[in-house]
Design a binder for this molecule. Structure first.
Ligand code: ZN
Ligand code: FE
Ligand code: FE
Ligand code: ZN
Length: 275
């Protein structure tokens, strides 16, 4: 039985590359004993939605209503989230569209450097034509910008650029420290995203050395499986908890229900002693 952690990062069939309905995700979370479940499908990619990447603008209301109905049925257990891309040129449009819906939280993710989808298998060849450290410098800068945009509750898969195994050289320590400082100043949460364990890189996001720096800077962490099918809910969370504790964390953050339609409050919970 997995420990009772929350999973705030799950996708549904609406995004065009996942399977399962919000109801199936909630059922699976209850079945395996998670403490809470957040549905956070891909917010429409602006300005031009791509049906293989994210939901369409016209599906948003239906999505929100479906999750709200589950939230009503399982109060305090189900949360209405969304994963919204951070792309500088669409920030204002994303911000105003987000404001039309009562999301409990928003996951901020950088999946693009300009037009290049860095985690898209169909565009993997682009790595061969780039300087990998330059990719990382641009990527880390955008993640810092996302943190400072103020529209996100949680930063998603913080070091996603490693997905296919393209790691930065050892020279990027100061860029990493600078990102951690920027994140710490904003108070945004960082998820331990276990999907990376099942990608070519074979490890969770973020890597242990980044987690150590985040812990030193008192950045709060939470959990996300990035499930793209219901059976992946809560996957490898025992591993994630060990990673967090190995990095020095004694507590993890969870969302607290609220009544007034604003974003959820954040609560800290102690890790239980080793089981
Ligand atoms: Zn996805
Ligand atoms: Fe993502
Ligand atoms: Fe995701
Ligand atoms: Zn993701």
């Amino acid at each position: 039985m997995p420990a009772p952690y929350p999973d705030y990062h799950t996708h549904t069939s609406l995004c065009g590359h996942a399977v399962g309905s919000p109801r199936e995700y909630v059922q699976e979370a209850r079945r395996i004993g998670l403490s809470a479940i957040g549905v956070a499908d891909h917010f429409p990619l602006l300005p031009e939605p791509d049906p293989s990447i994210s939901m369409d603008v016209c599906d948003l209301t239906g999505y929100v209503d479906e999750v709200l109905a589950l939230k009503h049925r399982y109060p305090g257990y189900v949360f209405l989230g969304i994963e919204a891309d951070y792309r500088p040129h669409t920030l204002q449009d994303v911000k105003s569209l987000l404001a039309s819906y009562p999301f409990d939280y928003v996951i901020g993710s950088v999946h693009h450097l300009g037009a290049w989808g860095i985690d898209d298998e169909r565009q993997i060849d682009e790595y061969a034509s780039r300087d990998i450290d330059d990719v990382w410098i641009d990527y880390l800068e955008l993640v810092g910008d996302a943190a400072e945009s103020g529209i996100y509750t949680i930063l998603g898969h913080l070091d996603l650029a490693k997905k296919f195994g393209y790691r930065p050289s050892g020279r990027l320590g100061s860029e990493t420290d600078r990102l951690v400082e920027r994140i710490a100043r904003t108070g945004v949460l960082v998820e331990i995203n276990t999907a990376g364990l099942h990608k070519p890189v074979g490890e969770a996001y973020p890597a242990l050395d980044i987690l150590r720096r985040l812990c030193d800077a008192e950045v709060r962490i939470t959990f996300g499986s990035d499930a793209h099918r219901p059976s992946e809910v809560g996957r490898d969370f025992d591993h994630a908890a060990r990673l967090a504790r190995g990095a020095g964390y004694s507590h993890f953050a969870s969302l607290d229900p609220h009544a007034d339609g604003s974003r959820a409050q954040i609560k800290l919970n102690p890790f239980l002693s080793d089981r």
